[in-house]
Design a protein around this ligand. Structure first.
Ligand code: FES
Length: 102
């Protein structure tokens, strides 16, 4: 199989990566319903708490922070995920609590 085909698949699917990721993947929904529900404050809290910008991995290898499109639970926005766990009605205050559990 040509390397270009493998690279194309690896860069198309968000579950795959061509660079090392952290032990925990934090995803924040960036779509409009979550945004209007107060997502900006949650986004800022994740960035501040992790000390990461979207797409970055912490130097200790514990965290990777990514943005995601709608994950289908808009009714409980703002929404974030940590690995396979989905958290709804997230507030800036809850971000620290959610991340501390990992
Ligand atoms: S817009 Fe955020 S879960 Fe749908």
């Amino acid at each position: 199989m040509p390397a270009a085909k493998v690279f194309g698949a690896a860069t198309f699917y968000s579950m795959l990566s061509t660079a090392p990721r952290g032990a925990h993947i934090v995803r924040f929904c960036e779509d409009a319903p979550c945004h209007v529900a107060g997502g900006r404050a949650v986004y800022d809290a994740i960035r501040t708490t992790l000390g990461l910008e979207p797409g970055q991995t912490s130097t200790d290898g514990k965290w990777t922070f990514e943005m995601t499109s709608c994950i289908g639970v808009c009714g409980v926005g703002p929404v974030m995920m940590v690995d396979d766990d989905v958290y709804g009605n997230v507030t800036a205050e809850r971000v620290v609590e959610i991340l501390r559990k990992q």
